[in-house]
Design a protein around this ligand. Structure first.
Ligand code: URA
Length: 209
């Protein structure tokens, strides 16, 4: 089964609490999501593999550690995932950015891709999929399926808040994907919103409600 890591760093928890508050406006919300993505990125990249190489400092030759695979890709799920892309890129600025757009097919109620642009060499990359809310898990499952179809070295899924339902379905569908959350909340309500959650992440990010 995939690993679920809840990042309980005090700064992450503090910023998440500010984010949840209904009185937090669009500008502050966007800034907080960026800051959270950056802070979480530090933990998400913690287990990237290192290799030893030899370099020469101005003083002498020495052996140092560098990333075994410098090819990373950050893939936001449109549209709310866009809010997390900048923060993650602040930490790994040489990563490429892919985009996956999904909508819910009204007939099948299944997430269906309407846009997908991935780096051409994605099969050589360690992929970090970002989406603030892991609710039913259906979008994350479909995004992982799409990325796996194109090929990649590994996938990490980073969400700010997860619902137990979404985590479970995600684990069943993609047990090889590590999941990172700032918090695992109580449940989903009848409208598919996470409780207590933070409301609609896309609308709060982009001020569309
Ligand atoms: N998407 C959101 O933006 N919020 C939720 O609570 C669930 C899904």
């Amino acid at each position: 089964m995939s690993n679920v890591t809840v990042i309980d760093h005090p700064l992450v928890q503090h910023k998440l609490s500010l984010l949840r508050d209904k009185n937090t406006g669009t500008k502050a919300f966007r800034e907080l999501v960026t800051e959270l993505a950056l802070l979480m990125g530090y933990e998400v990249t913690r287990n990237l593999e290192l290799v030893e190489t030899e370099i020469e400092t101005p003083v002498c030759k020495t052996r140092v550690k560098t990333l075994a695979n410098e090819k990373l890709a950050v893939i936001p799920i449109l549209r709310a995932g866009l809010g997390m892309a900048d923060g993650m890129m602040g930490l790994i600025p040489n990563a490429r950015i892919g985009h996956i757009g999904l909508y819910r097919n009204p007939d099948t109620l299944k997430p269906t891709g309407y846009y997908c642009k991935l780096p051409p060499d994605v099969e050589e990359r360690d992929v970090i999929i970002v989406d603030p809310m892991l609710a039913t898990g259906n979008s994350a499952i479909e995004a992982c399926r799409i990325v796996k179809e194109e090929g990649c070295k590994s996938i990490r899924l980073v969400c700010l808040i997860g619902a137990p339902e979404g985590v479970e379905t995600m684990q069943q569908a993609h047990p090889d994907v590590d999941i990172y959350l700032a918090n695992l909340d109580e449940k989903l309500n009848d409208h598919g919103y996470i409780v207590p959650g933070l409301g609609d992440a896309g609308d709060r990010l982009f001020g569309t409600k």
